[in-house]
Design a protein around this ligand. Structure first.
Ligand SMILES: C[S@@+](CC[C@H](N)C(=O)[O-])C[C@H]1O[C@@H](n2cnc3c(N)ncnc32)[C@H](O)[C@@H]1O
Length: 211
């Protein structure tokens, strides 16, 4: 199996649930019986960590924030960086964004993004790409849900945001590589990333350092 036929697998094996704390949005979500291992086994070289199949605290908080404060995105062009399942991008589209680009490096996320956008009746401009190689896009706001879980990706994201100099909002549960000295905290949300474990998440504005 390749990313090309991942969509039928996701549709048939990952049940659709309302997102915890965000009942306005439903997503295909991995369950114990989904058999993601079967998907991985058939594409040993191409299958990475299936982040697109799970909830992430930073994305849950950022999606909630966008829906609670639609003026943040309404009428604006948005990039959801490392969109994963599409939760944040879908929230932005539902909150009235003019255009939403959902970008991810993982081809399986691209398949999930298409299914989840259709499921929620929103139009996303879904793009495959690596943030490391990305030119500044023609958008008004960049949304970053939970991308500071590794030092390498954090450095890449910070370099991209500096390169862009475009407004950026970040949702993150203070993961290890969160660049706190480059952020202004706006507000906090408590979210349930997995089961009943509640995490406190910040919503931050990125302070760009133009060179
Ligand atoms: C922890 S998940 C967060 C997903 C989503 N933002 C959310 O909050 O639900 C990280 C996502 O970033 C994507 N990603 C990781 N490195 C990337 C890169 N260099 N360029 C683009 N996407 C990347 C992964 O494929 C994954 O979908």
């Amino acid at each position: 199996m390749t990313p090309l036929d991942a969509a039928p697998f996701i549709r048939d094996n990952l049940p659709v649930h309302p997102v915890p704390g965000i009942p306005e949005i439903r997503l295909h979500k991995a369950a114990p019986e989904s058999g993601l291992g079967r998907l991985a086994a058939r594409d040993a070289d191409g299958f990475g960590a299936p982040y697109w199949a799970h909830y992430w605290a930073g994305g849950l908080a950022l999606a909630r924030h966008v829906l609670d404060c639609p003026e943040t995105v309404a009428g604006r062009r948005i990039l959801d960086l490392g969109a994963g399942s599409g939760l944040v991008a879908i929230a932005a589209a539902k909150a009235g964004a003019r255009q939403v680009i959902a970008l991810d490096a993982d081809p399986y996320a691209i398949a999930a993004l298409g299914l989840n956008a259709a499921l929620n009746g929103v139009r996303l401009d879904i793009r495959a790409g690596d943030v490391a190689d990305l030119d500044p896009p023609a958008v008004d706001l960049i949304l970053v849900g939970d991308l500071f879980y590794s030092a390498e990706l954090a450095a890449t994201v910070v370099a991209f945001l500096d390169r862009c100099g475009i407004d950026a909002l970040i949702g993150d549960p203070w993961r290890q590589s969160l660049p706190v000295s480059r952020l202004d905290e706006i507000t906090r949300y408590d979210v349930a990333e997995s089961g009943s474990t509640i995490k406190s998440c910040g919503i931050f504005r990125f302070i760009a350092c133009m060179t």
